[in-house]
Design a protein around this ligand. Structure first.
Ligand SMILES: NC(=O)c1ccc[n+]([C@@H]2O[C@H](COP(=O)([O-])OP(=O)(O)OC[C@H]3O[C@@H](n4cnc5c(N)ncnc54)[C@H](O)[C@@H]3O)[C@@H](O)[C@H]2O)c1
Ligand SMILES: O=P(O)(O)OC[C@H]1O[C@H](O[C@H]2[C@H](O)[C@@H](O)[C@@H](O)O[C@@H]2CO)[C@H](O)[C@@H](O)[C@@H]1O
Ligand SMILES: [Mn+2]
Length: 443
């Protein structure tokens, strides 16, 4: 370890994830030393509520760290080593539309999946590209870890539009599942697992999981997942919300389709769309839950901290999502070559998939970014699914680049969870109206 200290910018400072990330950064300050912590958001009012509380948190726990919060890109992006990007273009109001419009047509309504995910993608592309451009202008040596969703479409867009940028797109879903796997096996945490995984973001499979002695852990995990999915229960799941409980349990049915691998939970939307629609309330979707619980708790706790001028007794906790991000920064900063997942141009990592596909595979993280590890061939079932879904993601980016109605209609129609091109068109036409302030005008 040398004597460097880092300046970190959280872009999307007003996000519900911000306090958890700040807490994790402070808890890991010995491993990843900080000199500055900065927030940037284009909604100053929302960001201020989080920033006022985090300023107190930082002052109490690490007074040597400078804290700044700004809506001015030059101020925010100057003198920065790492940018953690977590914006939600259109905020929860638009996430709600992404979920409710498809459901009104009997189709899965989900943040990153199907028509909802595509709609969100077309909003996120310009937002994330703008962040990359700010970073390159004001701190050209910085790295961006982007987890603004839908990460698959955003990563395809940055691959095409900013191919040389120092942006790494990431997701915490496999992290959450691997921590569950460790709990199922009575191991300490995900770092005990040596794994092989391949697919697209929110669309992948583990093919091999071992402990550090090389012992195959797949048989025990499969036996458990076949009965319980990734649901651990008890203390482990005491704060898990009902909709996530349903998702973790449904992984048992997803697993049944290919007992040679273990699946990502998001595959439930593609493989059991009718079941998902049947279990959805078109008037009360995940956004309503998030607004009623996570957003309310986070902003409520921030207000409490500000009122008390103290965060000593805060109930904010560091979670898997933020420990993963700190692990990634540490690996890049100190060239540790830690093996973690990234969403990255394929270039042979999955040998029988288009080299220009944007895939999710294990990578070695170090000073030059993420180096993909070859995962071999996708099996027939996976190859078919990946090829179709990756084409959907590519068509969505084509549509945004070319302002093309037809490309977007093709993306909706090709998507596995949309029954036919007629339904696709009906959803698309409603979404064009809802997204008029965000999407390019389609020809
Ligand atoms: N990849 C992953 O695994 C993963 C995990 C968790 C969350 N996320 C993503 O993180 C993001 C934040 O989620 P959240 O639920 O906390 O949302 P949120 O709405 O609470 O926060 C997002 C913030 O982004 C700001 N914002 C929107 N557009 C912006 C722009 N163009 N420039 C600057 N700021 C902008 C908003 O004002 C808001 O404060 C979402 O994109 C979500 O999907 C990803
Ligand atoms: O519906 P939300 O907003 O609660 O979650 C959507 C996100 O879900 C995944 O991230 C989970 C993660 O798996 C879990 O461990 C914990 O950290 O919460 C995260 C958010 O709830 C998914 O990977 C993200 O891409 C989604 O945005
Ligand atoms: Mn994710």
């Amino acid at each position: 370890m040398d004597d460097r200290k880092f300046s970190v910018l959280i872009a999307g400072g007003g996000s519900t994830y911000t306090p958890g990330i700040v807490l994790t950064l402070l808890e890991h300050i010995k491993k990843f030393p900080l000199r500055k912590l900065k927030f940037y958001d284009n909604d100053g009012e929302r960001q201020k509520k989080i920033a006022d509380a985090c300023r107190i948190l930082v002052k109490e726990r690490a007074p040597e760290v400078e804290f700044e919060s700004s809506t001015n890109p030059e101020e925010a992006f100057s003198d920065v080593d790492f940018v953690m990007a977590q914006i939600r273009v259109g905020k929860y109001a638009m996430r709600s539309q992404d979920e409710k419009i498809p459901l009104a047509h009997g189709v899965v309504g989900q943040e990153t999946t199907g028509p909802g995910g595509i709609a969100y993608g077309l909003r996120s592309i310009p937002g994330v590209i703008q962040l990359v451009d700010y970073m390159e202008k004001y701190s050209p040596n910085a790295w961006m870890l982007n987890y603004s969703n839908p990460a698959a479409i955003v990563a395809e867009a940055t691959r095409r539009l900013r191919p040389n940028s120092k942006i790494i797109n990431i997701c915490d879903m496999p992290i959450d599942i691997m921590d569950r796997m460790a709990a199922i096996l009575n191991l300490k945490d995900r770092n005990e697992l040596v794994f092989r995984y391949y697919g697209l973001n929110h669309f992948g499979w583990w093919t091999d999981i071992r402990d550090k002695t090389g012992k195959d852990l797949m048989p025990a995990l499969k036996e458990y997942v076949a009965k319980n999915g990734y649901w651990v229960g008890g203390d482990y799941d005491k704060n898990t919300e009902a909709s996530w409980e349903e998702t973790f349990k449904k992984a048992a049915d997803v697993y049944a389709l290919d007992p040679s691998t273990l699946p990502n939970t998001y595959l439930k939307y593609y493989l059991y769309p009718s079941w998902v629609v049947k279990h959805s309330d078109p008037k009360y979707t995940r956004t309503d839950e998030v607004e009623a619980y996570r957003q309310k708790n986070v902003f409520g706790e921030c207000a409490r901290i500000v009122k008390n001028s103290s965060a000593k007794d805060t109930n904010f906790v560091s979670d898997q999502h933020s420990t993963y991000i700190v692990d990634l920064c540490t690996a890049i900063a100190y060239d540790t070559k830690q093996r973690m997942l990234a969403i990255i141009p394929n270039e042979g990592a999955i040998s029988n998939i288009d080299p220009t596909a944007t895939v999710e595979v294990p990578c070695l993280f170090g000073a030059t970014g993420a180096e993909r590890i070859a995962m071999g061939k996708a099996a027939t079932f996976q190859k078919g699914m990946i090829t179709e879904q990756n084409s959907v993601e590519k068509l969505a980016v084509d549509a945004w680049e070319q302002h093309s109605y037809v490309k977007l209609w093709e993306a909706f129609s090709l998507c596995k969870i949309v029954p036919d091109a007629g339904v696709a068109k009906d959803i698309l036409d409603d979404m064009i109206v809802a997204n008029k302030d965000f999407w390019p005008e389609l020809k």
